[in-house]
Design a protein around this ligand. Sequence first.
Ligand SMILES: [Cu+2]
Length: 164
Amino acid sequence: MFPVTRRSALVLGLALALPSSAAILSPTRASAHEITAGALIISHPWARATAVSAKTGALYLTVANHGTEGDRLLGVSAEVAARCELHLSDTTGDMMTMRMVENVEVPAGGNATFAPQGAHVMLMGLKGPLKKGASFPAILHFEKAGDVTVEVTVQGIADLQPSD
Ligand SMILES: [Cu+2]
């Protein structure tokens, strides 16, 4: 519990005065890096920093589906890039290849994981380098959950997992 001061009481009053529809329509922020949208919980959206001249980058996140119906990630939009593609990675020996897919399944009771060396959201035509410590918004387009805006944190260029 936070100490009840005159100031926090005022803030609380303001929050209660907001129309209740706003609370229902906007995704709930459970923590800074976990966003709930309907049956989906999106965690740790992050991207790797890029070299100054790089034209592509990669965005990673985990989508958990707590519902009883499957959903699908149909695409992603981010202003930092000309377009985003959904990519899967295949490793044969020490060769890694990427291929674009139309959508990524988020099964009921399961999840879709985008992580280095696996599936990722490819940022094509970067408008500038992604700098470590910065963040940018991205909109995830789901078949059932609709559009969900997340804030993507830029981490180190060689990081393998989200840091928070
Ligand atoms: Cu790729």
